[in-house]
Design a protein. Structure first.
Length: 189
């Protein structure tokens, strides 16, 4: 489940500050800007957005990169750890009326961010938050050699070994073991 929430400080792009286009803009965010409800993201420590902006009529085409430091939860040992992530993003900033005109003319799959009121100000919190979530690995690991948790006692095997024995055979694999044995027998015959 993904929920991108925005606190009082949003990521605002003020397009009035540019005299000509193409233009470039770097935005940095406060760690408190986002509240991302995600199974693995615990927090966003910092983020930076680097944008290239091109104008065509009343639309602003933005392409760039999001870089962030996030605290994730390891999928194997459940320990929090920090990771640097980066991903490309693109979106169009325009008024909702402008979008409605284009929607009648063509079908597109672009992400849109709308002006706040009549001024060319855009809150990028939603698209930046979405980019951060999409950049997180599907199975985040604190390290490639993470040993995870003991299936019997739950101890973090990266910190200490446990005394649990692994002599039991999982009954669910017995049918596969018999199948494999039959296959070997058929090959020998």
């Amino acid at each position: 489940m993904l929920v991108v929430g925005v606190n009082s400080e949003a990521v605002i792009l003020d397009l009035r500050e540019f005299g000509s286009f193409p233009a470039r803009k770097d935005l940095e965010g406060d760690p408190e800007t986002f509240s991302l409800a995600s199974d693995v993201i615990r927090s966003v420590e910092r983020f930076r957005v680097k944008l290239a902006i091109q104008r065509s009529g009343d639309e602003y085409f933005c392409q760039g990169k999001v870089e962030a430091t996030v605290t994730l939860e390891c999928a194997r040992c459940l320990t929090p750890y920090n990771e640097e992530i980066a991903c490309d993003m693109s979106f169009i900033v325009c008024s909702e009326a402008q979008r409605a005109v284009h929607r009648e003319q063509a079908i597109d799959d672009e992400d849109y961010v709308f002006f706040q009121g009549s001024e060319p100000l855009a809150d990028l919190s939603g698209v930046v938050g979405q980019a951060i979530v999409l950049a997180v690995p599907m199975m985040p690991l604190c390290s490639e050699d993470c040993r995870g948790l003991c299936a019997k006692c739950g101890r973090n095997l990266n910190e200490n070994a446990c005394a649990c024995s692994d002599d039991g055979i999982d009954e669910r694999w017995e049918a596969l073991k018999k199948f494999s044995g039959n296959q070997q027998q058929n090959i020998q015959d």
